[in-house]
Ligand binder design. Sequence first.
Ligand code: PLP
Length: 371
Amino acid sequence: MKNFIPVTRPLLPDFDDFVNELRDVWDNQWLTNYGPKHQKLEAELKSYLGVENISLFTNGHLALQVALRALELKGEIITTPFTYASTTHAIVECGCTPVFCDIDPVTLTIDTKKIEDLITEKTTAILAVHVYGTACDHKELKRIANKHNLKLIYDAAHTFGVTVDGKGIGSLGDISMFSFHATKVFNTIEGGCLTYSDPSLKQKIEAICSFGFEKNTSNALYVGTNAKMTEVSAVMGLCNLKIVDESLKKRKKVFEYYNEKFKNFDALQLICEQEGVKTNYSYYPIIINPDKCKTNCDQIAKKLEEQQIIPRRYFAPLTSEFSCYKNCFKNYETPVADFVSKNVLVLPLYPNLNLEECEKIYNIIVKELEK
Ligand SMILES: *Cc1c(COP(=O)(O)O)cnc(C)c1O
């Protein structure tokens, strides 16, 4: 394990701190179903994320599914294929059809110039993804959604703690989903949340999350699922929330090191900086243009792997190319997403990655780029 450098490592609190917080759970003998730790974490996250309304979940994927169900979406949902499986699967699992829009070549988020051509009388919503900590063009998305009377949902799984013009990114649109999976910037082991603008959705969201039950009754108002966060996960969240800011500072160091080192290579496209957006340094993707160098993404990945350094291909293949979706949907052209997906590598980035390790990674990549 010593010399192995994975793409990420989980944020882990001090073990004694975790055990201390966990002791209350044993004392209360309350393990799940909106217990005191759940309520405490919910309140703390509401303030940390700068949102008005929040509900916690057992994972981000089920949260996203519940969001689509709570809005009673039908028909077509405009989204991008340059995302994690979860986004597209959630649409399909809810009986809707994904309509794949291309991504912007700079921000790698949905290309708002291409959305309106895809709108039909069946379109009910836009599900946009804030990729790698980069924010979607929320003003334009809001304008389009309002004009066509569409719901606007964000997959904000990558953007824990990101702010846009000083406001929490989860306050944009109708509903946003955050993931608290172990591999994300902030984790509750598994977990996630929805943040939303309409407070009256809380009762419905939490009912669907809990078998559709009307509060304190055994009557189901909705066809529900079970996606409640446990008290143990909430404890993990409370402990990690205390150290997440410190970890973001450490991530920033690694991120800035890479930026400084990689900025002058013609063959590389780096993550863009956005005015007014405070990022969370969650991922460090590089897009390698094979026409501008004598190497490519596969060769660089191979060289890194030979040295026990494991980059990841977020996101390849595109979700529209999954076997399970073969011949299922209309063939939408997404040339930018195709190009990025084929040529992107996400480099290791986690709080305790030290600068010697970063230098090692840099040297391997540069040797390839300059050959
Ligand atoms: C991680 C992730 C999800 C799913 O979150 P889980 O908490 O793992 O269910 C959804 N969308 C994106 C873009 C993700 O990266």
